[in-house]
Design a protein around this ligand. Structure first.
Ligand SMILES: C[S@@+](CC[C@H](N)C(=O)[O-])C[C@H]1O[C@@H](n2cnc3c(N)ncnc32)[C@H](O)[C@@H]1O
Length: 260
């Protein structure tokens, strides 16, 4: 992708403290999700258990590579393709992490398209706090695409909020209310999502990326009405996944694993 000023987005941006931006991203995301590290750890355990020591993993909606980096720390012979369409987050990831010795690739792609990871077979597709950005039809298309991209026996591991099944309406409503009462207050956070993005816009290193971000159509996530777990499971089964279940859960935040 070429920016207006002719440079390639995310590769030769004017200098800034990329590591600091990555740390600020981690702190900001961690403030919204106090269990974030535990959820990452469970997901990586599942990759190691189900896919062995040399998996090719795609990280869907990778942001600046938070999960990708942790996978490569834990499973040094893995290869991760980090996929995202946000030029700012890709620039931070590419500049702060690079390719981690040839083990990390970056793909600027829309998950609503038929992206290709281009590094041979895919053993695992993972995602954290990202797929609730997709509308239900786009999510179903992505799951069907994963049914083709993943090798047979490969796994899909999604760490995100998925509400309880509507077959249990009182329980689902109670969990929504319990979650609401535990929601961190933005006033007490060191930096909220909005403050983080406002700060990005003040850094001249991001001028081209911020402009490009504005041109791309990023639908706003529907935080209040995420797809419930029964809907995720049904679509995964239709997409040829054999086993689907939750392996970690805190209220409606869960890690859902599907084996193709
Ligand atoms: C809240 S961030 C989470 C990032 C990262 N997974 C993490 O846990 O830190 C959601 C990510 O999903 C990405 N995303 C949303 N919709 C997307 C789409 N259609 N194609 C590619 N990436 C998308 C956003 O750009 C963003 O990086």
């Amino acid at each position: 992708m070429i920016a207006d000023n002719g440079r390639t987005l995310g590769t030769t941006a004017p200098t800034t403290d990329w590591q600091r931006w990555l740390e600020r991203w981690e702190a900001q995301q961690g403030a919204y999700m106090p269990d974030r590290e535990e959820r990452f750890a469970v997901m990586i355990d599942a990759i190691a258990e189900l896919c062995g020591n040399t998996p090719h993993v795609v990280d869907l909606g990778s942001g600046p590579g938070s999960l990708a980096r942790r996978i490569l720390d834990r499973i040094p012979e893995a290869h991760v393709t980090a996929i995202d369409m946000d030029p700012v987050l890709l620039a931070i990831g590419r500049n702060a992490l690079g390719d981690l010795g040839g083990r990390l690739s970056w793909l600027d792609a829309d998950l609503r398209s038929r992206w290709s990871a281009e590094a041979g077979r895919v053993d695992a597709a993972v995602s954290t706090t990202a797929l609730h950005w997709l509308q239900p039809d786009a999510l179903a298309t992505l799951y069907r695409h994963l049914g083709i991209v993943l090798r047979r026996g490969g796994v899909f591991i999604n760490g995100d909020r998925m509400d309880l099944s509507p077959a249990q309406p009182r329980l689902a409503e109670a969990v929504r209310a319990m979650r609401g009462s535990r929601e961190p207050s933005e006033e007490t956070m060191a930096e909220s999502w909005e403050e983080w993005w406002a700060a990005v816009e003040q850094d001249p290193a991001f001028v081209a990326e911020v402009a490009e971000r504005g041109l791309r159509h990023h639908e706003h996530p529907d935080h209040d009405h995420p797809l419930d777990v029964a809907a995720h499971t049904a679509v995964l089964r239709e997409a040829d996944f054999a086993e689907v279940d939750t392996i970690w859960q805190h209220l409606a935040d869960r890690v859902l694993v599907a084996i193709r």
